[in-house]
Design a protein around this ligand. Structure first.
Ligand SMILES: [Zn+2]
Length: 602
């Protein structure tokens, strides 16, 4: 007996590596009379309309013995084909793939990569039927393999052949990596995991990477399920190592990552470099998303609408809480010590504290507005917005430490923690859509009181978080640390080739009061007279080539005249240099208390 033909069959060929063209042939076994097809405008996990159709070209349709049928474009991303429903419909088109990110598609002589959102038209009305993906082995390229988390139906030893997805959502949630990549494997909780790396140098230490990633996976599976298995049969990491790039995108049983080539672990190196530490944090983050974002997910994302923005107020939970746990679980996996963890937390706290927008926008608003604000940053972003990643992580920290403190005050030997809340949400929401009310009620059950005031203030409000008091309750000293000069002035600058360019003028800072504007070039300065020092002798002014020159030429002067170029005009701005501003430095004060929070598995 033969299998019935799969309703939808995508054949994706490596068209021309030098022209960066994938060739796609889509066969629809049973089309509608006026069949509509469309290409997504965004990819889940990255909240920006990216208009993937801009890279699609040459769309043609035919039926039977190559009889052309008319294709009408309806809008920027959808088409209608006037065809006969009695016969299968074949669409063919090409996609330009030259964006070396995890979000779209790439093809050159070294490597191919794509997300289904960039290459696979959505067949309206048939989204829930099985989708077959055929990847024929390229004729003129030797040594390439395929890595994807799609279910293989019939493939050769290099992975070329056919794969099947249960529906369109699964098809576009399983990106495909092709090339002569490094590949390694391990089991975590008995579940097969594969890790492929493209673009690594010969110094890359694959064994070290696998050892560490396995610890991360074991720790996260145990976090969610104790001794039970995770909610997937296998998992794939696809890492692209490049000269300059960093990021990741989560999927249901895989993740696409990009990192600096120099951040990979190196053979013969015993100490963990900072860049590799960051990469492990990224891996931990994307893996945690397999639970928190891909299964537990905003109720608004129960089914994705690919043709427009999908709004949710909950990214503070899905990105922020994931950001809290990415480093914390590295600590629990033994890949960070307490001091190392606190250093990373310190960085997050100072980032949020140096963002005036935290007093303007709540993390719930930041989530909703991600499409036009977080993903479209400009010079005013720090003044008007807050990151739902960093502040969201601190909100998670505040809930966790509050639960622990209050449980301890009640005399409980094992107080409920945020870990318990996460696991309870997993069960309550049946690993599916989540609403804020679920979070509120689960917190209430764990903490034996309503957390409505905290949700109102921390998530929907713009006041400061009670970080200092909570950290001190858990054995962490919060010490003052002299702020960097840029922070004291309220500026973000870029320095290159002996020039200081003003990128951002922070709200309420000294630079704003002096009249600096984004785009200014800060050329030089004239120190003003002080009580201890007379006005400088002629010429009295100094050319600046970096911000720190201010300290050299002005010393302790509290007032200088800044010489600034704006639109080719030279301006002289009176700048009052604020005396010592401080930031925070976290340190372990009570090791037992810190251990109880960071090291103990709950
Ligand atoms: Zn994330």
């Amino acid at each position: 007996m033969q299998n019935a033909p799969t309703p939808l069959h995508y054949r994706i060929e490596i068209g021309d590596v030098h022209a960066h063209l994938f060739r796609v042939t889509l066969t629809i076994a049973r089309p509608a009379a006026l069949q509509r097809v469309s290409l997504p405008v965004w990819i889940p996990g990255s909240y920006l309309v990216r208009e993937f159709s801009k890279n699609l070209q040459g769309l043609q349709a035919h039926q039977g013995a190559r009889t052309p049928v008319p294709v009408e474009q309806l809008d920027k991303c959808s088409w209608r084909i006037d065809c006969s429903p009695a016969k299968s419909l074949v669409l063919s088109y090409q996609v330009i793939a030259h964006d070396n990110s995890v979000r779209t598609a790439w093809l050159d002589a070294e490597r191919g990569f794509f997300n289904g959102t960039s290459l696979c038209l959505q067949v309206q009305g048939q989204e829930k039927t099985p989708h077959l993906l055929e990847l024929p082995a390229p004729k003129n390229i030797a040594g390439w393999s395929v890595a994807t988390s799609l279910t293989a139906r019939k493939i050769n030893q290099h992975g070329f052949g056919t794969y099947v997805a249960a529906d369109y959502d699964e098809l576009v949630d399983c990106p495909v990596e092709m090339g002569a990549f490094w590949s390694g494997a391990f089991r975590a909780r008995g579940v097969p995991h594969r890790f492929v790396v493209a673009g690594a140098a010969a110094t890359f230490d694959g064994d070290q990477l696998l050892t560490d990633v396995r610890k991360i996976c074991e720790t996260e599976i145990r976090f969610w399920h104790g001794d039970k298995k995770p909610p997937y049969k296998n998992y794939l990491f696809m890492l692209n190592a490049v000269d300059d790039g960093y990021g990741g995108l989560e999927h249901r049983n895989c993740t696409a990552l990009i990192c600096h080539r120099k951040d990979l672990p190196r053979l013969g190196e015993s100490k963990t470099a900072e860049g590799y530490g960051m990469l492990r944090g990224l891996i931990s983050h994307e893996y945690f998303h397999a639970w928190n974002a891909k299964r537990l997910r905003p109720a608004e994302f129960e089914s994705y609408r690919y043709e427009r923005e999908n709004y949710t107020e909950l990214l503070w939970f899905f990105e922020g809480f994931t950001s809290y746990y990415d480093d914390l679980l590295l600590r629990r996996a033994g890949l960070l010590d307490n001091a190392g963890y606190l250093k990373l937390l310190n960085k997050t706290i100072n980032q949020v504290m140096q963002t005036p927008g935290r007093l303007v926008q709540s993390v719930a608003e930041a989530s909703f507005d991600a499409w036009v604000k977080y993903y479209r940053p400009d010079e005013n972003t720090p003044n008007a917005t807050v990151s739902y990643y960093t502040k969201g992580a601190l909100v998670a920290l505040c809930f966790d430490l509050t639960l622990r403190s209050e449980g301890r005050a009640r005399g409980e030997t094992r107080p409920a923690t945020l870990d318990d809340v996460m696991r309870a949400l997993w069960l309550r929401c049946k690993a599916g859509p989540l609403r804020e009310a679920d979070v509120a009620e689960t917190l209430q059950a764990a903490g034996q009181r309503s957390f409505a005031p905290e949700l109102a203030q921390w998530v929907h409000g713009t006041g400061e978080l009670p970080l200092k008091a909570l950290l001190e309750q858990h054995g962490v000293a919060v010490l003052p640390e002299p702020a960097q000069l840029a922070h004291r002035l309220g500026l973000r600058v870029s320095e290159s080739q002996g020039s200081v360019q003003i990128k951002t003028v922070l709200r309420g800072g000294a630079a704003e009061r002096a009249g600096f504007a984004p785009g200014d070039e800060w050329l030089g300065l004239e120190p003003a007279a002080t009580a201890r020092r007379k006005a400088p002798s002629s010429p009295g002014g100094w050319r600046m080539s970096q911000l720190d020159d201010l300290l050299l030429y002005a010393g302790e002067a509290q007032k200088v005249f800044a010489l600034v170029s704006r639109d080719k005009r030279l301006l002289r701005l009176e700048l009052a240099v604020p005396p010592d501003l401080t930031t925070w430095r976290l340190a372990v004060q009570d090791a037992a208390l810190v251990d109880a929070w960071l090291a103990r598995r709950t």
